[in-house]
Design a protein around this ligand. Sequence first.
Ligand code: PNW
Length: 479
Amino acid sequence: MDRTAFPPGFVWGTATASYQIEGATVADGRLPSIWDTFSRRPGAIADGSTGDIADDHYHRFREDVALMADLGLDAYRFSLAWPRIQPDGRGGVNRAGIDFYRRLVDALLEHGITPWATLYHWDLPQTLEDEGGWMQRDTASRFAEYTALAVEGLGDVVSHWITLNEPWCSAFLGYASGHHAPGRHEGSGSARAAHHLLLAHGWGLDEIRRHSPAATAGITLNLYSVRAASDSADDLDAARRIDGLSNRLFLDPVLRGGYPADVVADLGESAWFAENVSEQDLAAISAPIDFLGVNFYSRHTVAAGAPADHALTTDAAGFEAQQAAPSAYPGSEAVAFVGTDAPRTQMGWEIHPDALVDVLEMAADRAPGLPLYITENGSAYEDVVGPDGTVDDPERTAYLRLHVDACSEAIRRGLPLRGYFAWSLIDNFEWAWGYTRRFGIVHVDYDTMRRTPKQSGRWFARFLGGPLAQPAGSAAGHG
Ligand code: PNW
């Protein structure tokens, strides 16, 4: 199969995020984000690394855009670093920050690649965290202000906007388990962070509409298909809880205009939500979006009774800080994540391509006809670099192929899936795992910064008919 099996206009891309690839964390007026701070905390990152240099994309973006063109991509999803554009989270724009993204976007447009900009992929200005971060409602107002600056600065060249990437991760890995920045342990209070993030989405969306009325805008959620390990009432209740926290707590307010009462009750937050979530809040959060972005990686199987075993800890090489961490599922700690005999990636995440169709159905049930995009999908494997610098990665290629097939199945079933972005263009800083996990379809040698397409990248280029797929020697080399 190749892209001709998909409807014309189906968007093929790759995705990245600012802190994971850019480096240059003190360049041109950028100030620290919560990830600069968190990555310096002893034990927070598996290999003790930071994003200080990462892929040095800030200085090598032209080469990276040329690679995208070689792959044959239609679109590129990247994120804007808030601390470049508004370094301390308030006040006027930092022109140098906007200028970097203009250079990037100009290079993309020169190659006919459509830029999709995510406004928030987790790099909150540290000054705002010092004032309480996402536990504070005011942070949502700050986000709206920042969004206005970004859209004023880039709205003439960027037409596709994503407000937030995976607010579940920001709220529950950031403020409950503490696996992610800012590394706080707020228990069920982290649900308040989730509400403030969703408010930021709603108010940010309003700014996008105001400053760029013709723009296409949405939000990206990480969705999981959740199943019970058995038909017992207790296991079914465990599945209700984990589906509630992972999926419904975000899908329902955005697409249906209200929070799921059972989930808020599981969290023990009913009183706070009743007092603090107004009708206007819900109207802002559920304002019409032009598409929903779905990041799809895996499926969860859950059972009642045992302590929650967060997805991050299923890897045998998990490090100590993680074992000791509080649950990312506050109020539902008495749920076990059960392994099945499905194959797993290096993250320990089970491979279930069929579940990609399930999560799209979950979204389509709530918003029939709303265009859907897979804004991330991919896998980490232990890559072996050959003598010529290439990586033969049949598992990653198979993962991509299976999930692209699942996209085709989703379309066959009538789901309004309009595009697919592979995670990720290049190996990068994999958050709490540092550089020990590689998701790229292009290999990065961190000593030389040389980029080399992996076999999976060549497979994707062949699928897309990109120049890289031409017989050896004819495609331009990079690096
Ligand atoms: C997503 N979990 O993160 C992010 O959007 C990317 O930045 C990241 O590199 C990619 O997936 C691969 O991890 C997640 O523990 C991180 O459930 C952790 C989880 C989910 C998504």
